[in-house]
Write a protein that binds this ligand. Structure first.
Ligand SMILES: [Fe+2]
Length: 214
């Protein structure tokens, strides 16, 4: 039985975005959690999937719904976490990395803002395992443009549902308000966690597989 629970967030700590806007957004997030549990609790019964094909089929609908709701849950978790609970002064190792890799903080904010103005869904500052450097990724849907083996440091929702109630079409004002609410402690924790994952693995305990398995 799968039973993912929605996280809770201190929306009272957010400045410049109304409680009504945040609560309505939260309802969408809870909806993704509900659908994810519903999908994951559907038992696999082979006789229910005799029509499987890549144009339209029950399995195709299920798998598209699964990635959409799963990524929707994860992205909203990361987004709400990194915009609540204060700690709004840029600082720490993540700021050093930003200054190093984007020339300076203002350049980073300009880049982040322009990606935010250009995408229909998400902007993600990520550290990618291919080069261990920071990149700003844009995506139009929860599960479109997602990058494998890339670790999210900062997530910004730019769907209209994230800001339209408060800001109308003024997305730039929403983005600047979001930036003022960034929790830099959270960003530093994510950055440090990624660095800890990159430490050399102790290979003294060898992994063995049964002969003839491969
Ligand atoms: Fe959203």
């Amino acid at each position: 039985m799968y039973n993912i629970k929605p996280d809770t967030f201190d929306f009272k700590s957010v400045k410049g975005i109304s409680m009504k806007q945040l609560e309505e957004h939260y309802k969408l997030y809870v909806g993704y959690v509900t659908k994810l549990n519903e999908i994951w609790n559907i038992p696999y019964i082979p006789s229910n999937y005799t029509d499987s094909n890549p144009t339209y089929s029950k399995m195709r609908s299920l798998k598209l719904g699964e990635t959409y709701s799963l990524d929707g849950v994860k992205l909203h978790n990361l987004y709400f976490q990194n915009m609540t609970n204060g700690n709004n002064t840029p600082c720490g190792p993540i700021l050093d990395a930003i200054n190093r890799e984007f020339s300076n903080y203002d350049n980073f904010i300009s880049y982040l803002t322009n990606v935010g103005l250009s995408m229909r869904g998400w902007v993600i500052l990520t550290i990618d395992s291919i080069d261990n450097k920071l990149h700003i990724i844009g995506s139009d849907l929860h599960d479109t443009g997602a990058v494998w083996l890339s670790y999210p440091i900062l997530v910004m929702d730019v769907y209209e549902h994230a800001y339209f109630m408060d800001f109308g079409t003024d997305r730039k004002k929403y983005i600047s308000t979001f930036i003022e609410n960034i929790n830099w402690k959270v960003l530093n924790e994510r950055f440090q966690y990624y660095i800890s994952l990159k430490k050399p693995v102790n290979m003294s305990r060898h992994i063995t597989c049964p002969m003839g398995f491969f």
